[in-house]
Design a protein around this ligand. Sequence first.
Ligand code: NAP
Length: 253
Amino acid sequence: MTRGDAVRARVLLLGGTGEARRLAAALEHHPRVEAISSLAGRVREPARPAGAVRIGGFGGVEGLLDWLRTNEIAAVIDATHPFASTMTRSAAAATERLALPYVVLQRPGWEPRDGDDWHWVDRVGDLPVPGERVFLTTGRTDAAAFAASDRWFLLRSVDPPEPPLPARLTVLLNRGPYPVDGELALLREHRIDLLVTKNSGGQQTAAKLTAARELGLPVVIVRRPKLPAVAIVETEAQAVAWLENVIPDSGGA
Ligand code: NAP
């Protein structure tokens, strides 16, 4: 441990996203910050962030309170996925109780463009439009919401889904990246006539929307859960700036 390490503020970085990994990399050698990334442990072989990593749930708000106290955390950055609302609610509640600085790093959502045929829904599982061959990109744990449907589904996920599942289902295991050409080929190969997605936002999984637009396919898009009343930033750079502003200054020690 160097002299500088002794004064670094310990920061919890709630992760599971590309943004969280980029932020962990940006903070790895920060002179005033010691970041600990946290993953839920859902994915069998997760992409590991740089620096210290812990894996697994905290045990609700009470478990998180204990963990934050025990680890002497000075601030929390929540870079979880926009649909990871339980974790975000827990983090907002725990940091409020401990009066810890807390910010959500959340990429902007997608917006429809000319030529798009988007149908907004509030719940995963709602299918308000026809379409017999559905490309389902909401993630494996949400496949259960379609279990009672008699439509045919192509489900793409990182790990295999678990029951209950739709009766007519083909699973495609893949973690991307997904370029537009590949998405077009996939939609054509499986004769997809409806795309279902969450409004995840970001570039990494946006190509399917471009492909759907090109083929004139309807899209069912799930609205994001509402965020609690918390500070929000949209980029890793903004998150670093926020952090530098809230952690105690080491006074150049
Ligand atoms: P969730 O419903 O909000 O969280 C359920 C529980 O999982 C939380 O209460 C918490 O358990 C634990 N958890 C979630 N994120 C965690 C983290 N970063 N570190 C430690 N524990 C965590 O979350 P989810 O939608 O299942 O997502 C799980 C993880 O996958 C998140 O980290 C998220 O960033 C990532 N992810 C989610 C999606 C999505 O569509 N939901 C997509 C891509 C990536 P305790 O209550 O025991 O603390």
